[in-house]
Ligand binder design. Structure first.
Ligand SMILES: [Zn+2]
Ligand SMILES: [Zn+2]
Length: 104
C-alpha cells in the first residue's frame, strides 16, 4: 500500500504556526512537533489517537535524516523523514546528546 496523499493545512498546536500541508505533512516545520494521525504508514490518517507528538531525537537511516517522535498521549514511537522546509537548526538541537547512528 502506498501512502495516500492528502493535501491539508493545519495549525501547530505547539507553536501556533499555520502549516501548509504538501500532502504528507504531519508535523510543524518550525518547532517540529507533530500530531499522531497516522497508524501504520505515513499518510494513512487512521490513528484515532490525535495526541501531540514530541520530537525526542534524531536518526539517520541510509543517508536520510529522520525525526524520532514519541506520542505524548499513547507513548507510540516512530520516525519520520525530515522534510525540506523543516528547521534544521531545531532538528540539530534534538540531536545534542543523542549520537547519530551511522550504519554506513
Ligand atoms: Zn510548531
Ligand atoms: Zn498517540
Amino acid at each position: 500500500m502506498k501512502p495516500r496523499k492528502i493535501r491539508e493545512n493545519f495549525k501547530c498546536e505547539r507553536c501556533g504556526k499555520e502549516v501548509v500541508g504538501d500532502g504528507y505533512t504531519d508535523h510543524c516545520p518550525r518547532c517540529l512537533w507533530g500530531k499522531h494521525v497516522d497508524r501504520a504508514i505515513p499518510g494513512d490518517r487512521k490513528s484515532s489517537c490525535k495526541g501531540l507528538m514530541e520530537p525526542v531525537g534524531v536518526d539517520r537511516v541510509r543517508g536520510e535524516d529522520k525525526i524520532v517522535y514519541r506520542c505524548l498521549r499513547c507513548g507510540h514511537k516512530f520516525r519520520v523523514r525530515l522534510a525540506e522546509n523543516d528547521d534544521r537548526g531545531v532538528w540539530g538541537k534534538l540531536g545534542c546528546g543523542n549520537s547519530l547512528r551511522n550504519k554506513n
